[in-house]
Structure formats: C-alpha cells, structure tokens
Design a protein around this ligand. Structure first.
Ligand SMILES: [Fe+2]
Length: 107
C-alpha cells in the first residue's frame, strides 16, 4: 500500500498540466489535484486505501487537515513535504512546514 501510494500520489499531474510550464489542462482546471489519480486507482483495481491516500495526499498542513486513516497516509504526505519543501525554500516560496515561521536563526 505504501509503495503504490507513494508511486501514484502525483500521477494526476500527467493530465492536470499541459506541459512543464505549469499551464493547467482542461482536467486540471476542473478537478482538485490528485482527484483524477484517486479515481484511476479505483479503476485499476487498487485497494481503496491506496485511492484514499492518493486522493487526499494534498490535504495536509498548512493548507487543510484531513485526519489520517493510516500510517501509510502519514508516511506518504510527510515524504512528499520532505521532497517539496527544500525546493520551495530555496526558491523563496511558502513551505508546508512553514520553515520561516517555525525555525529561528542562530548566529
Ligand atoms: Fe501532489
């Protein structure tokens, strides 16, 4: 379950964007991120738990909070943040863990 969800959690991006510029596709304009991926997991016969993790992986702090249903959900979402936050931090964008607010500087 963990591996399937980890591999597929962002598969929706393949149909949510037109290209790598970030321009959204028609599907991307209609659906919240990962909703199509969650449905496709069900269509492919994967367990509901995998579809649930894929569908809700982006509903995590600081945006919104969904109570985790499984340890695998926590692992996938935290790993996702750990992969994304360093890039966002370097680019000066908001981070999931709100690094600028929660961390302090030591001289
Ligand atoms: Fe995502």
């Amino acid at each position: 379950m963990l591996l399937a969800a980890a591999i597929l959690h962002d598969a929706s991006k393949l149909v949510e964007f037109e290209d790598r510029t970030g321009r959204k596709s028609e599907l991307g304009k209609i659906f919240v991120h990962a909703q199509v991926g969650g449905v496709r997991c069900r269509d492919a016969g994967l367990p509901n738990d995998v579809a649930q993790i894929v569908t809700f992986h982006n509903f995590t702090p600081p945006h919104t909070h969904v109570t985790p249903r499984s340890l695998e959900y926590i692992l996938v979402t935290y790993a996702d943040h750990a992969a994304a936050d360093p890039i966002s931090f370097v680019e000066g964008k908001p981070t999931h863990f709100d690094i600028k607010k929660r961390f302090f500087t030591v001289d």
